[in-house]
Design a protein around this ligand. Structure first.
Ligand SMILES: *Cc1c(COP(=O)(O)O)cnc(C)c1O
Length: 382
């Protein structure tokens, strides 16, 4: 039976527990499984390799991304690590330059040490690929929308610009969530998520996932999942399974609130610039309208005068928006990329991409939009 998104979110990969009828997938809190005779078991031997709670989530995520295989990891970074392990010394990766700080760090501080070359360029212009792509290019790495500048990368056009290169196109789909965007349908080979964010959705778990269609990529990711062992525990898996059941409902509200807050900020006299793909003057607006269902709940803005002290006042005077790293939970968060999420990127590098001192990032939650607007209004009046 083919299911639409909301039905998949609730049912894909999940069946009532065969032994008790429990409607919720049980938390199989076990490290090992009994065998009748050596090698005689029910498909489960040891919990690093397989766990039924994890299997349910992996099937669910594969369905949500229109993929065939999904693998869960102990964090988004562990998922990214497993993908980077597909690379060999001498390989080259072209990544968009407006990248999650942790991804930039693992590439430049961990994998670059093994003789892998990382090139950062603005991939919101897919033709920028052409000057760097060669026979050593093994991976193109993009996020869209990007963090924190919310620029939009055209996934289909990026795949096209890769020409007949055998490189894999990897899309970090954390900001959009599978409800708003399915990169595998647009030509991506691998999708990665920090499930810590919208998938979990309640700021109570750290997890990552890799989703793909190609069986040979899947085989390798599964091998690293088991061999390197960065697997999530069953209780965390249960929390993400439960979070996903309301993903579509939450995302609709995140998007609706996001649009209202972006409109408020655009019209505020102290605000210089608002980066939100739902605004018609956003440079990626048309592509976003094409490849995403709606525009999400993430946005950034700068203040007139671009002064750190002014930004600090706003950041420390909101009551509903909590000053914190992370995003995608039901509660609204406010953050300062230059000193928080992107502190590991050198000032020169980050300013080139727009991460200036007055840039403020919002993860708009699903509270009442009028309350959120009032909260921002009073903080901007400080
Ligand atoms: C948070 C995040 C990650 C890393 O995920 P963790 O779960 O924190 O390890 C990767 N990519 C993006 C876009 C993120 O926002």
């Amino acid at each position: 039976m083919t299911m639409k998104f909301a039905t998949k979110a609730i049912h894909a990969g999940q069946e009532p527990d065969p032994s008790t009828g429990a409607i919720m997938t049980p938390i199989y809190q076990t490290s090992t499984y009994v065998q009748a005779a050596p090698g005689q078991h029910k498909g489960y031997e040891y919990a690093r390799t397989q766990n039924p709670t994890r299997t349910a989530l992996e099937k669910n995520l594969a369905a949500l991304e229109n993929g065939d295989f999904a693998y869960c990891f102990g964090s988004g970074m562990a998922a990214i690590d497993s993908i980077a392990k597909l690379l060999l010394p001498g390989d080259e990766v072209i990544a968009t330059n407006d990248l999650y700080g942790g991804s930039y760090r693992i590439f430049t501080k961990v994998f670059a040490r093994y003789g892998i070359k990382f090139i950062f360029t603005d991939l919101s212009q897919p033709e920028n690929l052409k000057q760097f792509i060669n026979e050593k290019t093994r991976m193109i790495w993009v996020e869209t929308p990007t963090n924190p500048m919310m620029s939009i990368i055209d996934i289909k056009e990026t795949k096209k610009a890769m020409g007949n290169s055998k490189a894999h196109l990897v899309v970090d789909n954390t900001f959009a969530s599978p409800y708003l965007q399915n990169p595998l349908d647009l030509g991506a080979d691998i999708v990665v998520h920090s499930a810590t964010k919208y998938l979990g959705g309640h700021s109570d778990v750290v997890m990552g996932a890799v989703i793909c269609k190609d069986p040979s990529i899947a085989e390798q990711i599964k091998f690293y999942q088991n061999s390197c062992g960065a697997v999530p525990g069953p209780h965390d898996v249960f929390l993400v399974l439960r979070g996903i059941k309301t993903l579509h409902v939450r995302m609709d509200r995140h998007c609706e609130n996001g649009m209202r807050i972006a409109t408020f900020l655009v019209n505020h006299p102290r605000v210089e610039k608002v980066y939100f793909p739902g605004l018609p003057n956003h440079p990626g607006h048309e592509i976003a309208a094409k490849q995403m269902k709606k525009f999400g709940g993430m946005m950034s803005f700068t203040l007139k005068g671009n002064n750190y002290d002014d930004a600090l006042k706003v950041l420390t005077h909101t009551h509903l928006f909590s000053l914190a790293e992370s995003l995608g939970g039901v509660e609204s968060l406010i953050g300062h990329p230059a000193s928080m999420t992107h502190a590991s990127i050198p000032k020169e590098e980050r300013e080139k991409t727009g991460v200036v001192d007055s840039l403020i990032r919002l993860s708009v939650g699903i509270e009442d939009a009028e309350d959120l607007i009032q909260d921002l209004a009073q903080a901007l009046a400080q």
